[in-house]
Design a protein around this ligand. Structure first.
Ligand SMILES: O=P(O)(O)OC[C@H]1O[C@](O)(CO)[C@@H](O)[C@@H]1O
Length: 341
């Protein structure tokens, strides 16, 4: 397999509302739900899969079949030699289009160290967001403003006092194009009217401080671990004076005009995102597995041995064997790349 594959809508069932923005972005209608998993080798865990959905819900389907099966049949062709050997045939990357129709719960995600110690997983869930669309007053909450102690958090959770949780956090209005980095442990919540491309480690581990309003009990909110252990996932440091760590500045790639790296070096071990802004021709610096979200304009995508037209709303998964990609035309795209290995 050397050609990129075009991906259709891949909504997964989740407990919160939203999704109209994904239809608008893709130019489709009639699908529901706020999350569309793109180029995914990851299935929704059985514990949170509603009845009636296949066990591999979440895994992308392509015109050639399940992406997970395609990659399993040719791991080196899809992932390249190094990545194929790094995580037992997993890409290490999950990309979502996420369109929040209501505020998501205040939650955080386990780190790799916590996931390895307590959840039997190589991966935690560090994530990063690139805002695709935002209503006028759209906002997110990211990290605590000032340091809190565990007793504060325990009390807010026991009382399900979301007002106090949100008041203690950094509330940020967002605009399209903005990039936010959400390391494991950081308490966060996405507000209604925010649509993002999200890059993350390929798990669904969340600890939900704010859960009863979403119909979830303490067992579901703590990954079955109970609050004593689950509380230790939260980063309770204050971020008011260090928000720049969460709002990375784009970096130009030396010698590659038209491409910027969107997340800081701290993210490289989890995922990388290149913003391509092509007005003519842009060639990416290296070949490798990629998930491409075309965010603006139209043009052509070329690879070794072929080409296809691309336009805003198109999503693709690219095998390493496609070689370095080249964009032509007036087109913008986010090229999502797995962790550096
Ligand atoms: O379903 P969960 O794990 O509660 O989280 C809801 C969503 O919030 C995010 O962590 C974004 O904050 C998404 O990755 C996730 O799908």
């Amino acid at each position: 397999m050397t050609a990129p594959l075009v991906l259709g809508d891949n909504r997964v069932p989740v407990y919160y509302a939203g999704g109209a923005g994904i239809d608008a972005f893709r130019g489709t209608a009639g699908t529901t739900g706020p999350e569309d998993w793109v180029g995914s080798l990851t299935a929704l865990p059985a514990a949170i899969l509603p009845p009636g959905h296949p066990a591999d819900t979440g895994v992308s389907r392509t015109e050639r079949g399940s992406l997970r099966e395609l990659v399993a049949a040719d791991p080196v062709g899809w992932l390249g030699e190094r990545l194929a050997g790094a995580y037992g045939g997993e890409s290490g990357l999950l990309v979502k289009l996420l369109d929040a129709g209501e505020r998501l719960p205040v939650h955080c995600h386990p780190s790799r160290a916590f996931a390895r110690a307590h959840l039997g997983s190589l991966f935690g869930k560090t994530e990063g967001w690139i805002v695709l669309a935002a209503t006028g007053d759209a906002r997110v909450w990211l990290g605590l403003r000032d340091r809190a102690d565990r007793a504060d958090l325990r009390r807010w959770i026991a009382d399900q006092d979301t007002t106090a949780m949100l008041a203690a956090m950094n509330e940020l209005t967002v605009r399209p194009g903005q990039v936010l980095y959400v390391p494991a442990g950081l308490p966060h919540a996405i507000g209604p009217g925010v649509m993002i491309t999200e890059l993350q480690e390929p798990t669904s581990f969340s600890v939900l401080a704010d859960h009863t309003a979403f119909g979830l009990d303490a067992g579901a909110a703590t990954l079955g671990l109970g609050w004593d252990l689950a509380l230790s996932c939260f980063d309770l440091d204050g971020y008011a004076g260090r928000l720049d760590e969460l709002l990375p500045a784009r970096r130009s790639l030396p010698g590659v005009p038209g491409v910027h790296s969107l997340f800081g070096p701290a993210a490289d071990e989890y995922f990388r995102a290149w913003l391509v802004e092509c007005t003519g021709a842009v060639t990416l610096p290296e070949a490798g597995f990629a998930v491409v979200v075309v965010t603006g304009g139209e043009g052509e995508l070329r690879w070794s041995g072929g080409s296809m037209p691309v336009a805003r709303g198109r999503t693709l998964v690219v095998p390493a064997a496609a070689g370095p990609l080249e964009f032509r035309g007036e087109v913008a795209a986010i090229v999502c790349r797995p962790p550096e290995v």
